[in-house]
Design a protein around this ligand. Structure first.
Ligand SMILES: C[S@@+](CC[C@H](N)C(=O)[O-])C[C@H]1O[C@@H](n2cnc3c(N)ncnc32)[C@H](O)[C@@H]1O
Length: 377
């Protein structure tokens, strides 16, 4: 992959780094593009009109309501502890946190009383936006925001929506019996792929440990950051759950012959492109999540797979658990009710978000629980 590129502020910094130290891994490139302190896509001050992604959180407030219903059930299953930690990682501007806390306060005051919400967000500019969204919950000492996971989460749930797909990935290709890494080098008009030896033994172990073998010439992404992250989450959580919502598949599908070029994409002005080198810092870069890896690496720190379902299954099962009351409200006009139902359809559409997004739930320190969101439809 070589490409014409835009003269973004990050481009000359990357070029200088590559000229001085040689090609960089794609993970280093993606880390800079998304999280460079000044010029990263997620770290520079939010520019709403330029946002290139649309998550379930923006699609409908029902997303937060139904998640709150799942957390409420988890709190009961854990014995209604006095302090239930809800840790949202990659919380962005805090919109989902607000949906969840508003719903808990209105629907289950005893649960709200026990809640302690921690939004973990690595971008300082996005953390700053959270204080605007969550004023009343901050004043009531229900919500805090921080850059990294707390040292210990005694009892509760760590959850994320579209966090893992925004973590930096390595790129590899199979050549004969060998795996080679695809680095980022310099071309005349920008950046280009450059093949080299693997930068870490962990890449080889990732494939052998999951029993994955790529086809000849097949390219794939490896999210070692996600593997480290789930181990850390499991270590810090003493009792409770981890919920991961993201687009992706289990390994056997993600690395099959339908994905010979991997799943890496750049998003710019709401359009997807494979040209990930075009405008560093101005494009959102993502790769599908390997949920089997989260399961397998999570086991290293005591996380046990509770279940894995599509977003459609998860949300519909939770709506049914609440007798579909979440889809209606006496405070809404008939037109608003209709709109709410239409927006809900966007979240569960089997040809869209409902099937591309998957939900993995893991548990620790509790006997295998049966959860409303995992009930078959
Ligand atoms: C695609 S956005 C999703 C935002 C939000 N969860 C939503 O659904 O609208 C990913 C967010 O995760 C944050 N992020 C990425 N890696 C992180 C990490 N290791 N810890 C905390 N936040 C992280 C990014 O800064 C960004 O705000």
């Amino acid at each position: 992959m070589a490409s014409r590129s835009e003269p973004t502020p990050l481009a000359p910094l990357l070029a200088e780094q590559i000229r001085s130290h040689g090609p960089i891994t794609f993970a280093e490139y993606m880390e800079a593009c998304l999280y460079h302190p000044l010029h990263g896509y997620y770290t520079k001050p939010e520019q709403h009109p330029k946002r290139d992604y649309f998550t379930s959180v923006e699609a409908s407030p029902l997303f937060g309501r139904l998640l709150a219903r799942q957390f409420h059930e988890m709190w009961h299953l854990l014995g209604r502890p006095d302090s239930f930690w809800l840790v949202e990682v990659g919380a962005g501007p805090g919109h989902l946190a607000k949906q969840i806390l508003d719903c808990a306060a209105a629907s289950w005051p005893d649960f709200y009383e026990a809640l302690r919400f921690i939004a973990v967000e690595r971008s300082a500019s996005r953390r700053a936006l959270q204080s605007k969204a969550l004023g009343t919950h901050i004043q009531g000492a229900k919500f805090v925001s921080q850059q990294a996971l707390p040292d210990e989460i005694p009892c509760g749930c760590i959850f994320s929506n579209e966090l893992i797909d925004a973590m930096p990935v390595h790129r590899v290709i199979r050549e004969g019996n060998n795996l080679r890494e695809i680095y980022v080098g310099l071309a005349k008009n920008g950046r280009c792929d450059e093949l080299g030896d693997l930068s870490s033994d962990a890449l080889e172990e990732y494939f052998s440990g999951q029993g994955i073998s790529l086809q000849e010439e097949q390219q794939a992404e490896v999210n070692l950051a996600a593997c480290r992250w789930i181990v850390e989450a499991g270590e810090k959580l003493k009792r409770g759950f981890v919920i991961t919502i993201d687009y992706g598949r289990e390994a056997r599908e993600l690395y099959d012959e339908r994905h010979m070029r991997g799943t890496l994409l750049a998003y710019e002005r709401h359009r997807a492109t494979e040209n990930v080198y075009r405008a560093p810092g101005e494009q959102d870069l993502t790769a599908h999540v390997n949920f089997s890896a989260l399961d397998i690496y999570g086991q290293k720190s005591g996380l046990v797979r509770t279940g894995f379902v599509s977003q459609c299954n998860f949300l519909l099962a939770l709506a049914r658990h609440g007798d579909f009351a979440d889809l209606q409200s006496d405070e809404l006009s008939a037109a608003e009710q209709t709109q709410r139902r239409l927006l809900f359809k966007t979240l569960i559409n089997p040809e869209g978000m409902g099937e591309t997004f998957q939900v993995l739930i893991q548990h620790k320190g509790i006997s295998p629980p049966s959860l409303a969101g995992l009930e078959p439809l």
